[in-house]
Write a protein that binds this ligand. Sequence first.
Ligand code: VGL
Ligand code: ZN
Length: 212
Amino acid sequence: MTQPRFDLDSVLLVIDMQYDFMPGGALAVNEGDTLVPLINRLGEQFRGVVITQDWHPAGHISFASSHAGCAAFETTTLPYGPQTLWPDHCVQASHGAQLHVDLHLPHAQLILRKGCNPHIDSYSAFLEADRSTPTGLTSYLKERGVKQVYVVGLALDYCVAWSALDARAAGFTTVVIEDACKAIDMHGSLDKAWRDMRSAGVTRMASSQLLS
Ligand code: VGL
Ligand code: ZN
């Protein structure tokens, strides 16, 4: 392995590379599996790697099946605001919740599980969907002197974008490596995600800029 390009003041934040977001999974993202080798190569450039896992209890509030008369991909209103309803996915300890077996990031320091509260969703790795419950990741990274966060994984327009926006809001320099992400792209969600990220000061970069 070559010397990593980045020191410990940068982390690669690898979002939700789990079977349920891969082709054949409960909430499949097109070509999600094709990212695995690229993310493995990017991982070699970082000494700091953090992985997230969407990790819902059965009967989670974000599941359409928890709301009588509602179908997946509809929006409902919860105490904390609008919530897209999803097929049951990433149920704790299920196969679909496991990280892709070919994801090879042996030096990752932290696997952060999110969405564990039965009543609150969490797209973001930093702040749950009520926008007030922290996961602890901001403090973890700040205590370790991290200044730059590079985000990759699934899905670009949901968990990647929300994580990148919250990383930026927490004061980290934030970069999305765009070809190391794939989107769900529903009702204009991908365009909106890029617009929101651009206006928040999140930078986009191509993996080729880091792998040369
Ligand atoms: C995600 C929808 C629901 C994601 C997670 O990882 O982008 N999307 N839960
Ligand atoms: Zn989820």
